[in-house]
Design a protein around this ligand. Structure first.
Ligand code: BDP
Length: 688
């Protein structure tokens, strides 16, 4: 098994009794006949997917029939606005038994498609269909992947080969993989994809590229997926022949209106624009003395005649030697609350800095009641060991979603901000920076598929637990053997915390290899900007380590609601995972674990490495029930992970020891190599 089929394997179920039982309910598939339905491409997809899936799982042909002459024992697909679909939103589904048929109802054909995949999931995870009564609606309207893919086929922070999109072949040749990509997304309920990098090229807006993007859109459409584009803000200059991109200039506005019209002519269901502006050197409205609001609203007005939205990113931070990068996005965006056009949604990274292995939630969540905020998670493991380290991300996503902003008192979770229920946002969205690439198994690390899966499932329903999602994925992807499912699920659930322990325990952050973002480099101190130095983030000195973000320091903590400040503001009571995010703590300080900070830090680094060895042992035990090719792939990557966890441990304990001046506590043994050895090793990443 080369992993290509992801979680949509549809191999024959081993248990003949179960196959029989399922087959009794799956003797045929029928699209309930009405003229609109029979020609709907998304409904057709639903029927075909069900057919292919069930035939594989049950080992029997399952015909798609056109009418239902009082037949029973089959599956009926129907879009309805009747009583049964009252409780559903536009893309929700319901699966019930009616007169011995299984009926999948949705208000829209997309709802039926999601219901079809839900039914397949039931069978793949061996759930009974007897008394089935499933009702589910997505909690968020726009559920998107963001691809950071470039014109030349490279992917920014992509670790699974090159881009899936073969721009040089499009629009003439359609790689069959595009359809499989759409199937995988639709099976999760992902309904949109931004196909190009936020560090965008204006070429994507040229006629030449719009044709290519339109060809992709044609493949994705029957799967309920719309395409979006990241835009290069100065495009009116680079491809439009104007001498400005000032968003208040009438010619510029006209250019965007015309361009948008051209896009919709090619792609009638185009989703809209994603924008990274005035961030990390990308141009934007501020280059013309204008604001984020001016830029975003201009694009929103261009989209006014169409069903499209603007996703304007809040990921901004200026070089400010005296400031704290933690506060940057908040300070720039909060004052604009309520000023954006109704088609604009501000897309906020989960944490205030940048996709670290653990971050407190961004203080913007809860702070912009009159501006819809979208969640941006990073699925690609830029800061989580690329495609070599096994890190199951659902716990990271959930930790953020379940954080309480206290914006409207207790229970004002980030999830409720995102799903619109807290502030009544008219539009809601969740985006994940994709981890896919041209590697045969899509994600490099086979276990990375689980992160794509988990993102999609949580974008649909953020109340699902990390464990339930992992179990589903393992059942569908690796094995149905119950003991092994539990063992692999457990390994996945612990993996993120293990990664945190051997890389950035206790709230350390942003100490990874400079530029490449791989491996450790806590000593980085000569970057061109102060906030690109890693010493800026850990602030180690002879007294202690950590960033004081309380009132005695940067006071970034004051951006949160008083209850959150209470939770994190006191070094005595601050939960240890967040400690060094908010406090500069003396090395000798006794923590709640009974150990000094220094001893605790060492303990985390050492036990983190040992836990990777534990993951390796766990994986060995499931060898008999996992496909040999996948087994070997994961085993090899775990061995690399162990070696590199040792790099992290040795680099960090030896480096921080130069400040703490304390021995490595027993029972741990001091690293065999020196700090210089490990620096040499790490520096080779950056050799040319
Ligand atoms: C950072 C990445 C950079 C991205 C940036 C972003 O290192 O490559 O362009 O995020 O999100 O983490 O814009």
């Amino acid at each position: 098994d080369d992993g290509y089929r992801l979680w949509l394997k549809y191999d024959l179920l081993r248990d003949a009794g179960k196959r029989e039982a399922y087959a009794r309910s799956a003797q045929f598939i029928s699209i309930q006949n009405n003229s609109r339905a029979s020609s709907d491409p998304v409904l057709k997809t639903a029927a075909q997917e069900l057919q292919a899936g069930l035939q594989g799982l049950l080992g029997k042909p399952v015909p798609i029939i056109t009418s239902v002459p009082n037949k029973t024992g089959g599956i009926i697909l129907t879009t309805g606005t009747g009583a049964e679909s009252q409780s559903l939103n536009d893309e929700g589904y319901q699966i019930t038994r009616r007169q011995n048929n299984l009926v999948i109802t949705g208000k829209s054909s997309a709802g039926v498609l999601y219901g079809a995949f839900a039914l397949l999931r039931q069978v793949q995870t061996l759930q009974s269909l007897e008394g089935i009564a499933l009702t589910s609606s997505p909690k968020v309207r726009y559920r998107l992947l963001n691809h950071w893919d470039n014109v030349n086929g490279t992917i920014e922070r992509g670790y699974a080969g090159s881009s899936l999109w073969k721009w040089y072949e499009l629009p003439e040749r359609i790689d069959p993989r595009y359809r499989d990509y759409a199937r995988a997304n639709a099976s999760l309920g992902i309904n949109g994809t931004v196909v190009n990098n936020v560090n965008a090229s204006s070429r994507f807006l040229t006629g030449e590229y719009l044709e290519k993007v339109a060809a992709l859109a044609n493949v994705f459409r029957p799967y309920g997926i719309r395409v979006y584009l990241s835009v290069y803000f100065p495009a009116p200059k680079t491809i439009g022949g104007l001498n400005t991109a000032d968003p208040l200039d009438p010619q510029v506005r006209q250019w965007w209106a015309n361009k948008t019209k051209e896009i919709y002519a090619a792609i009638p269901d185009f989703g809209g624009f994603l924008v990274k502006a005035n961030s990390e050197g990308e141009p934007g409205p501020q280059d013309y003395g204008r604001t984020h609001v001016d830029g975003a609203n201009m694009l929103a007005e261009a989209l006014a005649p169409y069903d499209g939205v603007v996703m304007w990113r809040s990921f901004v931070y200026k070089a400010d030697p005296k400031g704290d990068r933690f506060k940057a996005a908040y300070e720039e965006f909060k004052p604009f609350d309520g000023q954006f056009n109704r088609k604009v949604i501000v897309q906020v990274k989960n944490g205030p800095i940048d996709f670290q292995s653990r971050e407190p939630f961004s203080p913007l969540f809860g702070a912009m009641p009159r501006t819809p905020l979208a969640m941006e998670f990073q699925i690609t493991q830029e800061y989580l060991g690329f495609a070599t380290h096994l890190v199951y991300e659902a716990p990271l996503f959930k930790e953020c979603l379940e954080s309480d902003t206290y914006a409207k008192g207790k229970g004002s979770t980030v999830a409720k901000v995102i799903d619109g229920s807290l502030h009544g946002y008219p539009i809601t969205a969740m985006a994940g920076v994709a981890n896919t690439g041209s590697d045969r198994n899509w994600t490099g690390h086979t276990m990375g598929q689980a992160n794509w899966y988990a993102f999609g499932r949580l974008a649909w329903d953020h109340t699902l637990s990390s464990e339930a999602i992992a179990r589903e994925w393992v059942n569908m992807t690796l094995t149905n053997e119950p003991a092994a499912v539990s063992q692999i699920t457990n390994l996945m659930l612990r993996s993120r915390e293990i990664y945190v322990d051997y890389t950035t325990p206790l709230g350390l952050h942003h100490i990874m290899g400079y530029g490449i973002h791989y491996g450790p480099e806590p000593w980085k101190a000569n970057a061109s900007r102060p906030d690109w130095n890693h010493t800026y983030y850990h602030r180690a000195d002879s007294i202690g380590v950590g960033f004081d973000r309380t009132a005695t320091g940067s006071n970034a903590l004051s951006l949160y609601a008083p209850d959150v400040q209470k939770l994190w503001g006191n070094a005595e009571t601050c939960p240890l995972p967040y400690l060094l995010w908010f406090h500069h703590v003396p090395w000798t300080k006794k923590l709640s674990t009974g150990r000094s900070l220094w001893d605790e830090l060492c303990t985390r680094y050492y036990t983190g490495v040992d836990s990777v060895a534990w993951m390796q042992r766990q994986w060995t035990q499931v060898k008999p029930v996992v496909d040999p090719e996948i087994y070997a792939d994961v085993a090899g990557r775990l061995a690399t992970q162990h070696k590199e966890a040792l790099w992290w441990r040795d680099a960090c304990v030896l480096y921080f020891q130069t400040f703490s001046r304390q021995p490595i506590p027993a029972p741990f043994k001091k690293p065999e190599r020196t700090l210089d050895d490990i620096k040499r090793l790490v520096n080779t990443y950056q050799l040319r």
